[in-house]
Design a protein around this ligand. Structure first.
Ligand SMILES: O=C(O)C1=C[C@@H](OP(=O)(O)O)[C@@H](O)[C@H](O)C1
Ligand SMILES: C=C(OP(=O)(O)O)C(=O)O
Length: 444
């Protein structure tokens, strides 16, 4: 057994799990609070690597953490950014000293915050780890070039140093590369002195994430107009008002446990809202479309085992579901397909290649297509040694598949779950999962 691996024994799970707060909404709540000169409270946070990365970066941007309270396993932060009040008199230059912003492996942090930190009169350097250095930034660089803002990289994509000040503008950007650039601009532009427009040159994918950005900033008193589906009008001179923002449960994480339910595990999910703007809420509809059964009880939501049919699932609006959907569709009674999933290749791993390779080691019958996957149903999985590709969603998807394996599943790179769900293995054990190995999976 390798040092950085765990072994999962074949075993059905049963019990209740308190689903972590939405990572996407946590990022947004912290950022909006950190754009406000008022005091705000952001409640129901967990300290996953990505969220810690955003908190630290926002502190560099001037956000103060006035207090931190631990409520059970969750954190409540009281936040403020007094320097926002000086933005106008400083001619929209927040920062005057060179800085390096460490974005770790978080695409959301780097892509949202690049526009924030471009309100500066000094060079701003962005670094990252793992695959962050290979993920695309061209959508934002194009904007920098159009505003004559210089940027420089030493070879690869990161680190990059940006030198110049972002101005209100008519921004033309692709809607199908990453919605994160659109969201980042949408959050910062209301603080500038004039109206801006974002015009999408291609249809918007991951639209649910832009809706989350609009909804969160609206809760902080900021408005964005949408005259049509391709255009956002963002008035300047707006003001983020202080508020109390409680992060709702994460449908991207809930999806792992809901799929576990459809695979015959008896899991009740606590902490989920029945209606949600999260794009990955689509998991409920997908499970039902396959013939699965979802029930809302007073204790929480539950998905129960039933014979599963096949489906064609368009992933353009819910890319993060794909790894675990591949596990779900593998239990269908025929061939299913995931389409419009090309952007999966530019996440924490090439997720199409990663899930196809690893699930097939467990007896899956997954075929990699250029923009998606073809998945033949199988009766169950085999025990095997598999790898996370340093990708949290691959590690968690394989762990759910392990509940239907006929032998032990060894997962190397299991610690990748820290990025979004550090207590995933603890929850898995609480549900009766049997994990062993030399590594300390309980303290990530
Ligand atoms: O805005 C967000 O919170 C996110 C947007 C999505 O990225 P893309 O828009 O790049 O698909 C998603 O995959 C990511 O996990 C989180
Ligand atoms: C792609 C993800 O996150 P990010 O883009 O923020 O790194 C994810 O959580 O699956």
């Amino acid at each position: 057994m390798k040092k950085n691996s765990i072994i999962i024994e074949p075993k059905k799970l049963a019990g209740k799990v308190n689903v972590p707060p939405s990572k996407s909404l946590s990022h947004r709540g912290i950022m909006c609070a950190g754009l406000s000169e008022d005091i705000s409270v952001v409640d129901n946070l967990i300290y996953s690597d990505d969220i810690v990365t955003t908190i630290e970066a926002m502190k560099q941007f001037g956000m103060q953490v006035l207090s931190e309270e631990k409520v059970g396993e969750r954190y409540r932060l009281t936040l403020q950014n007094k320097s926002i009040s000086k933005l106008k008199e400083q001619n929209y230059k927040m920062i005057s000293e060179p800085m390096t912003v460490h974005c770790s492996e978080s695409g959301t942090t780097i892509r949202f915050l690049m526009p924030f930190f471009t309100l500066s009169s000094a060079p701003m350097t962005f670094t990252g780890k793992g695959r962050l250095g290979e993920r695309p930034y061209e959508t934002f660089y194009k904007i920098l070039r159009s505003q004559n803002i210089s940027y420089e990289t030493t070879g690869g994509f990161l680190p990059v140093t940006i030198n110049g000040t972002l101005r209100p503008d008519r921004f033309q950007m692709a809607g199908n590369v990453s919605s994160q650039f659109i969201s980042g601009l949408m959050l910062i532009l209301p603080l500038l002195g004039e109206t801006s427009k974002i015009e999408l040159t291609t249809p918007l994918e991951s639209k649910g994430y832009v809706d989350l950005t609009l909804d969160t900033s609206r809760q902080f008193g900021v408005s964005v107009e949408m005259p049509d589906a391709q255009t956002f009008v963002i008035n300047g001179n707006q003001y983020y008002k202080g508020t109390t923002y409680t992060v709702e449960g994460d449908y991207s994480q809930a999806a792992f446990w809901l799929v576990a339910g459809s695979l015959g595990n008896d899991v009740i999910l606590e902490g989920m809202q029945k209606t949600s703007l999260q794009g990955d809420h689509a998991i409920l509809e997908i499970v039902e479309r396959l013939g699965g059964k979802i029930t809302w009880q007073t204790e929480g939501v539950k998905s129960t085992e039933s014979p599963l049919a096949t489906a064609v699932v368009d992933a353009s609006q819910c890319p993060d579901l794909v790894p675990v959907l591949t596990v779900l569709l593998s239990m269908g009674n025929g061939t299913s397909e995931i389409t419009n999933a090309g952007r999966l290749r530019i996440k924490e791993s090439d997720r199409l290649k990663a899930i196809c390779t690893e699930l097939n080691k467990m007896g899956g019958q997954v075929e990699e297509l250029e923009e998606g996957l073809k998945i033949k149903g199988v009766q169950g999985f085999r025990g095997a040694v598999v790898d996370s590709w340093n990708d949290h969603r691959i590690a968690m998807a394989l762990a759910i598949a392990a509940t239907r394996a006929d032998g032990p599943v060894e997962i190397t790179g299991f610690e990748a779950v820290k990025k979004s769900y550090p207590m995933f293995w603890v929850d898995y054990e609480k549900l009766g999962g049997v994990i062993h190995g030399e590594s300390d999976w309980r303290n990530l």
